[in-house]
Design a protein around this ligand. Structure first.
Ligand SMILES: [Zn+2]
Ligand SMILES: [Zn+2]
Length: 254
C-alpha cells in the first residue's frame, strides 16, 4: 500500500495543507487537499473518498474536485463514511445552497457523487483495502479508521480528543505498521485542546502509556502550523524514537 500525504496540518497557511492521504493513487482518506496537490491525470484516477468527519479542513477539497470531474466528463466518485457523517454532507453541504447537489446530477443513478454508507466497527472492502471506522471523541460526529491491505495496515485517529475505543482497537489489531495520531496543540494549551476535541503530545503519551502502546510507530498529524516548532521541540525533549511528525508530500509504503 502506498500512502501519499497530500496534507497533514490543522490549518491552511502558505505551504501547509490540511488533511488528505491518497492511497494507491485512487482512494482518498479525507479530502482537505486535493486539486492543490494533484494534476488532472492524478485526479481522474480517484474513485473513492473516505471521510472521517465534516469539518471543512477535511472535506473542502471535494468541492473543486467534483467541479473538475464535471468538466472532465464521464466521471463519478464514491463518498464513503458512516451514516451520521453522510447525513451532514447531504443536508449541510451538497444542498443546492452551499454547493449544487451533485448526488442528483446529472441524475440520481448516474450522479457524479455517490454516497456510500459503511457501518461503525464493521470491515468494508474498498478495492484492495479493508477499512473499519471507529467512533472518536471530537466536537462533531467523527470516525477514525483501521485501513488494511491484505495482512498489513495502519490506523488513523482523525481529529480526536481523549478517547478509549480507538486505543483498545489499536491493541487488538494485528499487523498495524503505524498509527497516525492527532497532536494539534502544544502541551501548555491542553485545556484548549480538550475543548476543541484535539490532543497535545503529553495527552498522546498518556494514552500510549495507559494502553501499553509505547512500542508502536506513531506519526503525529494535524499540528497547527503556528505551533509546529513548539510541538516539534516538545517531541525532541520527549525522546521517543517511535514518534515522528507526518511529512507532507511524502509517500509511505507498507
Ligand atoms: Zn475536526
Ligand atoms: Zn481538522
Amino acid at each position: 500500500m502506498n500512502i501519499n500525504i497530500l496534507g497533514c496540518y490543522g490549518n491552511i497557511i502558505g505551504e501547509y495543507h490540511s488533511t488528505a492521504f491518497l492511497i494507491n493513487d485512487s482512494i482518498l482518506l479525507d479530502a482537505g487537499t486535493v486539486t492543490e496537490a494533484l494534476n488532472e491525470n492524478q485526479l481522474k484516477k480517484i474513485k473513492q473518498i473516505i471521510v472521517t468527519h465534516t469539518h471543512i479542513d477535511h472535506i473542502k477539497g471535494i468541492f473543486p474536485f467534483v467541479d473538475e470531474l464535471v468538466m472532465l466528463g464521464d466521471y463519478s466518485v464514491d463518498l464513503i463514511s458512516v451514516k451520521q457523517v453522510l447525513e451532514i454532507i447531504s443536508q449541510d453541504l451538497f444542498n443546492n445552497r452551499i454547493w449544487p447537489d451533485l448526488t442528483m446530477i446529472p441524475s440520481e443513478k448516474k450522479a457524479i457523487l455517490k454516497l456510500r454508507e459503511i457501518q461503525l466497527e464493521k470491515t468494508t472492502q474498498i478495492d484492495s483495502l479493508n477499512i473499519k471506522p471507529i467512533l472518536m471523541t471530537h466536537t462533531v460526529y467523527t470516525v477514525g479508521y483501521v485501513v488494511r491491505e491484505a495482512d498489513r495496515g495502519f490506523m488513523f485517529t482523525a481529529d480526536t480528543g481523549p478517547t478509549k475505543r480507538f486505543w483498545e482497537v489499536a491493541r487488538e489489531e494485528k499487523g498495524i505498521e503505524f498509527i497516525i495520531a492527532d497532536v494539534s496543540f502544544p502541551n501548555r494549551l491542553e485545556k484548549f485542546a480538550k475543548i476543541s476535541g484535539h490532543m497535545t503530545l503529553s495527552m498522546l503519551l498518556e494514552h500510549l502509556d495507559r494502553y501499553e502502546l509505547n512500542d508502536r510507530p506513531i506519526y503525529i498529524t494535524h499540528m497547527k502550523p503556528i505551533f509546529k516548532d513548539e510541538i516539534l521541540g516538545e517531541l525532541k525533549k520527549a525522546k521517543r524514537k517511535n514518534i515522528k511528525p507526518l511529512d507532507q508530500g511524502a509517500t509511505i509504503t507498507i
